[in-house]
Design a binder for this molecule. Sequence first.
Ligand code: USQ
Length: 409
Amino acid sequence: MRIAILGGDGFIGWPAALHLSSLGHDVTIIDNLSRRWIDTELGVQSLTPMDSIQERLRIWKAESGKTIEFQLIDIATEYERLKVWLAENKPDSVLHLAQQRAAPYSMKTDRHKVYTVNNNTNATHNLLAALVEVGLDSHVVHMGTMGVYGYSTVGAAIPEGYLNVDITRADGDKVSQEILYPANPGSIYHMTKCLDQLLFQFYAKNDSLRITDLHQGIVWGTHTEQTRQHEQLINRFDYDGDYGTVLNRFVIQAAVGHPLTVHGTGGQTRAFIHIQDSVRCIELALANPPAAGERTKIFNQVTETHRVRDLAELVAQLTGADIAYLPNPRKEADENDLVVVKEQFLELGLSPITLQDSLLSDLVDVAKRYEHRIDMSRIPSTSAWTKTIGKSVVGRLESGVDFKRSGSA
Ligand code: USQ
């Protein structure tokens, strides 16, 4: 299959590119390298040292004998270049990951909100408009998020994208209708993924585009089979307060003797997936497109759910780390249950990797190896969801008072 990976230089895009290339697909990465520029803006770096995309691809060719092409295109702002590339290269599938993916970054300031909405929404719409204009039938597989649903349940499991509802008509009769599960985003970033869902609904209906939306949970881990093959193929590993995600952050914090940064009571329940399963799910989704004229196919790309404080306790038991219960910079429910339907990938053959001590220990080893690259002052998450929260919380987090009270750091 000829596959364009938009955002192929990122945390999921890079291992997905290697995974799909190793399966024999003809892969081109299209990326504006924005994730590297954002590191520079924030003054942080991936825990693991990353080479340039060109150097990574040179190593991949030497290791595997396979070529992955690279095109430097900003799909959110360079519409004409994207359209010309699509027209000339006619990919069978487009894997769309070219979006700003961090909730805290999207809430940092008004400028970050505007950037995230402009970038993410234009990226998706430019792709869809260009496919229609060029007359291509490429299958679009998009990386969405579990966060489109919100994380509360009404005592029923969250279905894979769609909900059947009964609507009472004016004459009292009931009509059944299938709707997108009500969107309930918790950040500007998550909101852009909700907007994406409507763009997909329209283009599938109006232009018969074939679209799959992957509602992914929080990814943990860093290595996949291919990124382990050579030190210079290593994946990025974010630990900072904006881009680091919760479980990976806890592991790094434990490795460097920082108390584990639980927001609030840690009663937030979230869905998780290991990065190796993430790339496997992408493979399965690409191999099982919807038919033209079908509604957008939606998968819940998750393997298990955990409460944040349970994860902290698990990492603490494994490593002896302290846990700090911090004022929460986010506006989110303190405690929630989460039950998620996730049958479709299992039916397609996914054999889930669940949280195990051995995989966590692997991660601790990566963290210890690159410990010297960690700037401890960038560990607290200080992007506040509202100005009021910012006033009461951020000073405390930056001062480290809560870490000192927890007994270390
Ligand atoms: N949290 C802590 N301590 C930390 C970091 C986070 O307690 O040091 C808490 C947060 O307050 C939140 C939960 O852990 O309740 C998850 O936070 P996160 O940063 O791991 O994940 P999130 O911001 O939701 O975003 C990540 C990815 C995003 C993806 C999403 C899937 O960055 O791209 O879409 O996970 S989901 O969470 O299912 O919506």
